[in-house]
Design a protein around this ligand. Structure first.
Ligand code: GDP
Ligand code: MG
Length: 348
């Protein structure tokens, strides 16, 4: 049938979508394209038993307009909430960090401020964030990027907490901001709405504890749980090639527990975990749900937003990685080369 369509192929060759449609048509079949992705076949459908689900830390993203204080806020939290007894602050930037508050509760921050990372991850099907902190400088207005950030959080169904920042500034006018928010149907609690907000100064640290408490309160309402007692799986936050250490990937475990020696498949990359480090560069043996870790041992740098999973069968992981690689290459060829009607006509 292929030959009669003018497509010269061998039996083992993979066909393009257009050709598949034509060939199937020859035999009176209709093709339904499912997501060519292998996700389905490798994602465990088995649900966790309720008794296996333990509470986990909330995963928080900070978004807002440029210069309103996202980086300052993340830096302040990172600096002031280092686990007691551990020397040295967080020295490396690894894209995510987990802090332990005085009462022992934990919060994980994605340290990639801006909604670009948030949307890029979502576009790849990775819903990572539980709670979004929207930073708005109280001496400024609700700006275009503030609106975008709010729209993204709302579209993702992620609850927001508004941080009215720069309260130390003489020109701070939080009521003006609250009013602008209400004009776009974001009603903060003080104004009778259900969106939490907190006046803060990320620069001098005013009310930052209160902000974190509101994060925990929101987390409690969400009843976040995960099963730590299975093979680890989660999402890639960032990855790069490090001089001397090879490929290093920061991943966030979403369920299960990741261990040294585990065989991991992440996007089109795979490998055995040789070492795991926390955000301070301290070695870790294991990492459970909501814990970000840097792993060493993959054969390349997966893309941010790629899902990862531990395999007991190394061969299976490699096979899937190769198939994905092949699909990716085919898809990039496909998108580059679109058949014109004329070309299809000539084939028939
Ligand atoms: P980002 O672009 O949202 O990451 O904003 P940055 O954190 O880089 O902050 C932009 C500028 O605002 C920097 O000069 C900060 O020092 C300053 N800034 C951030 N937070 C505060 C604050 O609470 N009070 C004051 N006075 N300045 C702040
Ligand atoms: Mg910044």
């Amino acid at each position: 049938a292929c030959f009669s369509l003018g497509v010269m192929v061998t039996m083992n060759q993979r066909l393009e979508a257009d050709t598949l449609l034509l060939v199937a048509d020859e035999f009176g079949f209709k093709i339904e394209f499912s997501d060519a992705d292998l996700e389905e076949s490798i994602t465990e459908v088995e649900a966790d038993a309720p008794e296996d689900l333990l509470s986990r830390a909330p995963i928080v993203t900070v978004m807002g307009h440029v210069d309103h204080g996202k980086t300052s806020l993340l830096d302040y939290i990172r600096k002031t909430n280092v686990i007691a007894g551990e020397s040295g602050g967080i020295t490396q930037h690894i894209g995510a960090y987990n802090v332990e508050l005085e009462d022992g509760q934990r919060i994980t921050f994605l340290d990639t401020p801006g909604h670009e990372a948030f949307t890029a991850m979502r576009a790849r099907g990775a819903q990572v964030t539980d709670i979004a902190i929207i930073v708005i400088a109280a001496d400024d207005d609700v700006m275009p990027q503030t609106k975008e950030a709010i729209a993204h959080a709302q579209a993702a169904g992620v609850p927001m907490i508004i941080a009215l920042n720069k309260m130390d500034r003489p020109g701070a006018n939080p009521d003006k901001v609250r009013e602008q928010l209400s004009a776009m149907n974001v009603l903060v609690e003080e104004w009778g709405g259900n969106v939490q907000s907190q006046e803060v100064s990320a620069k001098i640290g005013t009310n930052m504890d209160a902000l974190l408490e509101k994060v925990l309160l929101q987390a409690e309402l969400l009843e976040l749980t995960a099963n730590p007692d299975k093979l680890g799986q989660g999402v890639v936050i960032e990855a790069s090639l490090d001089k001397g250490r090879g490929y290093i990937s920061t991943v966030l475990v979403q369920s299960g527990t990741l261990k040294i020696g585990d065989y991991v498949l992440a996007g089109t990359n795979h490998g055995k975990i040789k070492a795991m480090l926390d955000e301070r560069g301290n070695p870790l043996e294991t990492a459970g749900p909501a814990i970000p870790v840097t792993i060493l041992g993959l054969d390349g740098a997966p893309t941010a937003g790629d899902k990862f999973r531990v395999f007991t069968d190394e061969k299976e992981a490699k096979t899937i990685a190769n198939k994905r690689d092949q699909l990716q290459r085919e898809q990039s060829i496909r998108t580059k080369k679109h058949l014109t009607l004329d070309e299809i006509g000539r084939r028939i």
